[in-house]
Design a protein around this ligand. Structure first.
Ligand SMILES: Nc1nc2c(ncn2[C@@H]2O[C@H](COP(=O)(O)OP(=O)(O)OP(=O)(O)O)[C@@H](O)[C@H]2O)c(=O)[nH]1
Ligand SMILES: [Mg+2]
Length: 378
């Protein structure tokens, strides 16, 4: 991160943000989705001061929201002295420009916000390359859009010179950088491949799930590792793999991965593709769900959606409902067991249910060893 030491000495003032949602996009999901947007904004370092929702009508092309809502938003942002309006949906490049002009504040959409968080959180060389690649790909059509816009606005003979050339140059620079990043990433992937080959013979499990479900906490509990855990979104960006050792000294590998979220920016999934695929191509996926989150059904569907996008063939998956210590109502836990037979109910924090989960992993590992030996024998 540039100027990191500077930031510590002189922390920047948090940006003041208002959130904007459109029921036309999220429907009944909107309140939850906006709550999540507020958490994302907080994770990105903004202070959320208010929000505005368009409940009726279709998405309108010039400003995404309708005229009346636009006026309302301008008043709200002005009254709160906001620097920033964060939209819960992806905006087209012209929409961003129109909105910034009308509102006189910076406008950011959901994808851009998530990309920003990833950029702040990326620590290893690989994740930095991946995030930068995603950001540039997100930016590229926006540069193009700006260029088209200028062309249209200025128009005519004699106005197509320097402006167009400059933007063409920008696009070329971005494209070249994208090509270079891709190459560097291929290099990193080759290094991984060597590691992967070495690990192929061992039983591998991978923790997947919605962001903040408690994957890293569970990972630490199961492997006694010290992976970073935080009550914020996207605490983990890099896949980490550690050994699990059974009482009989049997070994298996467990991988902790980046969390998923609904409307995960497409470019991010694309650039993290190799890391994610490697992680989720495990012998067993442990889908970790935050049992204490009232929204967990939707979160599960979002995770399943990303997994489908990543995997050609589904992997053996077991559901792990975590944070049972936060579910005061024991009946609802019993309900979960009925609704999802075969799922594990655990608390990574208190250790409740972990013994059964461990036993299951070892059982699976043993079965696979038998199957593999059998296959070799035949
Ligand atoms: N009460 C309780 N809190 C938990 C439990 N497991 C995790 N947490 C908390 O939930 C928050 C998120 O935990 P993480 O382990 O970072 O979650 P994650 O799924 O790895 O999140 P990302 O890396 O952001 O995707 C932290 O504040 C944890 O302390 C649990 O079993 N009970
Ligand atoms: Mg994590």
């Amino acid at each position: 991160m540039k100027g990191a030491t500077h930031e510590v000495a002189n922390p920047p003032r948090a940006e003041r943000a208002v959130l904007v949602g459109h029921a036309g996009r999220d429907g009944a999901d909107l309140p939850r989705s906006l709550e999540e947007l507020a958490r994302l904004a907080d994770t990105a370092g903004a202070r959320v001061l208010g929000s505005l929702v368009q409940r009726r009508g279709a998405v309108s092309p010039p400003h995404f929201i309708g005229k009346g809502k636009l006026t309302e938003l301008k008043e709200l942002a002005g009254g709160l002295e906001a620097d920033l309006a964060i939209f819960n949906d992806d905006l087209s490049p012209p929409q961003v420009r129109n909105l910034e002009k009308a509102l006189d504040v910076k406008v950011v959409d959901r994808s851009e916000l998530i990309l920003d968080i990833f950029a702040r959180r990326a620590r290893t060389r690989e994740s930095r390359l991946q995030v930068e690649l995603a950001q540039l790909q997100y930016m590229l059509p926006r540069l193009t859009g700006m260029w088209r816009h200028l062309e249209r606005q200025a128009g005519g003979i004699g106005t197509r010179g320097p402006g167009e050339t400059q933007l063409e140059t920008d696009r070329r620079i971005v494209r070249e950088r994208i090509a270079r990043l891709r190459k560097e990433l291929q290099g990193v992937e080759r290094e991984r491949e060597t590691q992967r080959r070495r690990r192929r013979r061992e039983f591998r499990g991978a923790l997947v799930g919605y962001t903040n479900a408690g994957k890293s906490t569970l990972f630490n509990a199961l492997t006694r590792a010290q992976v970073f855990v935080e009550d914020r979104l996207f605490a983990t960006l890099d896949a980490t793999t550690r050994q699990m050792v059974s009482p009989e000294r049997r070994r298996a590998l467990l991988t902790d991965t980046v969390g998923f979220i609904r409307k995960l920016p497409h470019h991010l999934v694309a650039s993290f593709h190799s890391t994610l695929v490697e992680a989720v191509e495990a012998d067993l996926l442990l889908h970790v769900v935050d049992a204490a989150d009232p929204d967990f059904h939707r979160q599960m569907r979002a995770v399943e959606g990303v997994l489908e996008e990543l995997l050609e063939t589904p992997r053996p998956t077991v559901l792990v409902f975590n944070k049972t210590d936060l579910v005061a109502d024991r009946d609802s836990l019993a309900g979960l067991a009925v609704e999802f037979p075969g799922a594990f109910l655990v608390s990574a924090r208190t250790g409740e249910g972990l013994a059964a989960l461990r036993a299951f992993v070892w059982e699976q590992a043993a079965e696979r060893t038998i199957a593999a030996t059998g296959a070799r024998a035949s």
